[in-house]
Design a protein around this ligand. Structure first.
Ligand code: ATR
Length: 273
């Protein structure tokens, strides 16, 4: 019987996940379908239960349900625990298992697709919400020289720094407001704020971009205000989050099917469309 998977979100019509997983399934000869399910804001758990009862094997979870998915999971991976958010649920007779593939997706894009070696680099992560939290542990695991967390509300970045310091394993971790960044330089600047959603860019001091630096926006689909500002400030390279989207999907696919799809042709296909 064909195995069923889905992405649950609200909104979800714009999601590229069905297209991505369809190509993965084709490339790896997996007998499966992948659909998009729109759940009402208070209807996430019901949507999951209905899909499970209909024979679903697993789901991806997107905005605004990653915390609901975390709460629903009976067991969770360490990376989901650190993120306190779940983007991948797997159903089995043992129950619902939650994982978070966003962080490894980001790292895979930065290292494999963009060719960066993050060890010893100075990384600036902008934002202190769910998106930032989701990628923190995998970023620390790449052993940067320093991981600086900066947020519009400085207190939130300081709290996040304190929460992750025990997991930093020798890597320097800092947290504060944007103004405190004045005079500093970074090799990689990652925008994990939701500012791009409202066509805004975080208000950063000038001069943050070191020579050969990369500006990375976790949003995808357009040149965001953050990327425009980064170019004007001298960032050598710009990247949006499309590669992260494809790589997190590949990791979810691997969790469900035990097969790693080649992401390069999928990324090329999406870039063309
Ligand atoms: P997500 O799950 O996308 O991380 P979130 O948890 O609501 O969403 O967090 C949104 C993040 O984007 C926060 O860090 C927020 O900063 P504040 O904590 O100071 O509110 C940040 N953000 C949103 N709009 C922003 C803007 N225009 N400039 C800078 N930061 C912004």
């Amino acid at each position: 019987m064909t195995d069923r998977y889905a992405v649950i979100g609200n909104p979800v019509a714009h999601s590229k996940s069905p297209q991505i997983h369809a190509v993965f399934a084709e490339l790896t000869l997996q007998d499966m379908t992948y659909e998009a399910i729109l759940a009402p804001p208070d209807g996430f758990t019901q949507a999951v239960r209905t899909f499970m009862a209909a024979g679903g094997r697993g789901v991806n979870v997107t905005v605004p349900f990653k915390l609901d998915a975390y709460a629903l999971a009976a067991t969770r991976s360490p990376r989901a625990e650190a993120a306190r958010a779940v983007n991948t649920l797997t159903f089995s007779p043992r129950g619902i298992h939650g994982d978070n593939t966003d962080g490894v997706g980001l790292i895979a894009d930065l290292t494999r697709n963009l060719g960066l070696d993050l060890a010893g680099r100075r990384i600036l992560l902008l934002g202190a919400g769910g998106a930032a939290r989701g990628v923190l542990l995998p970023l620390l695991e790449t052993k940067p020289a320093v991981l600086t967390l900066a947020n519009r509300m400085a207190e939130k970045a300081r709290a996040l720094k304190a929460a992750f310091e025990p997991l930093a394993d020798g890597c320097a971790i800092e947290g504060g407001g944007f103004a405190e960044l004045a005079g500093r330089q970074f090799d990689v600047v990652i925008n994990a704020t939701s500012a791009s959603l409202s066509d805004e860019a975080p208000l950063l001091p000038a001069g943050l971009y070191a020579a050969d630096s990369l500006a990375y926006d976790m949003m995808y689909g357009k040149t965001t205000a953050f990327l425009v500002a980064a170019r004007a400030q001298g960032a050598a390279r710009l990247a949006d989050g499309l590669g992260m989207l494809v790589e997190q999907a590949a990791e979810s696919f691997f969790l469900w099917r035990g097969v790693r799809p080649d992401t390069v042709p999928v990324l090329e296909l999406l870039r063309k469309s």
